[in-house]
Design a protein around this ligand. Sequence first.
Ligand code: NAP
Length: 336
Amino acid sequence: MTVSIGIIGTGMIGEEHARRITQSLTDGRIVAVSDVNADQARAVVDRLGLDARVYDSGLELIQADDVDAVMVTSWGGTHEEYVLAAIQAGKYVFCEKPLATTAQGCRNIIDAEIEGGQRRVQVGFMRRYDSGYQLMKEAIDANRLGEPLMIHAAHRNPTVPERYVTPMAIHDTLIHELDTFRWLLDDDYATAQVVFPRKTRHAHSKVEDPQIVLLETIQGVRIDVEVFVNCQYGYDIQCDVIGEEGIAHLPEPQSLTFRQAGQHSNEVLQDWKKRFGDAFDVELQAFIDGVANGTVDGPSSWDGYAAAIASDACVKAQESGQIESIEMPDRPAFYA
Ligand code: NAP
């Protein structure tokens, strides 16, 4: 079966996903696109040579009879409305992070999905599809490290634009780690604290940078994550899981090793699209295959909700300077 997909939001990642589906992946085709800026949607159709109709509104696209599945890649504040409409129309939906901008918005999606009686939503937490993180998960699940005790991690970007402000370090950047760690550990968070080291002179006035986020899980695992979004030197994701009997280190992305000018060195990637390019491929192929088989089972609405609850607590901790508690409701059997 070829899955007919409609994309809402044809900005940077919407175009990337459309290109992937059209040029790299199998069994999916883009039949519809929509963007608040229709010229932008038309430009993507032209650039990629798509045989796709351009809709004036995302809600109209969702209702189209020839759209089997919807991809929501618009601005985060619009996600909840589109995901709810897709569920109500009985369509599968891939939603880029965040699932919704508030925990309550995620809860509304969960309630609608449960009422519909079928899992329809996959959230764009692509790190779960990264081969390095998958190796770590296999090692933890096989008990090769003993019980995990600590995680040391870092999320570093070369620079961020002026519109990037302090809370975005949590809900735009750390959100990936918030999902990844609870997936790796099969655990949830109990507390969060954020501390601010000396500020880099490369950060503009509206962002505190770097930040260190300290999390404690329900099982007592202690996690420290450095978020440093003006680090200058590259896009660098680090993760070490320390267990009772060993340490797992996230593999470095493949890069050339140089012996040159008296140095022995490796390039550091500059771009998240390259760092997680393979993971995006696997993630979207899993969604297409899931739609074709009627079993979408990637990161769920519940995972989007759990990350949103933790994210809200971290933003609160940024403001309060205190250790904030994180209350996770019981997971419904629907998402077991
Ligand atoms: P972007 O380049 O700004 O693209 C978003 C597009 O959506 C823009 O063309 C925007 O139009 C359009 N849009 C805004 N409101 C809309 C509406 N109501 N209906 C339809 N289209 C609308 O942003 P992006 O970087 O692609 O990010 C999009 C989403 O993907 C965000 O939620 C972001 O967090 C997520 N993302 C995820 C990853 C990841 O690693 N998984 C990476 C990057 C982005 P205007 O520009 O005219 O407003």
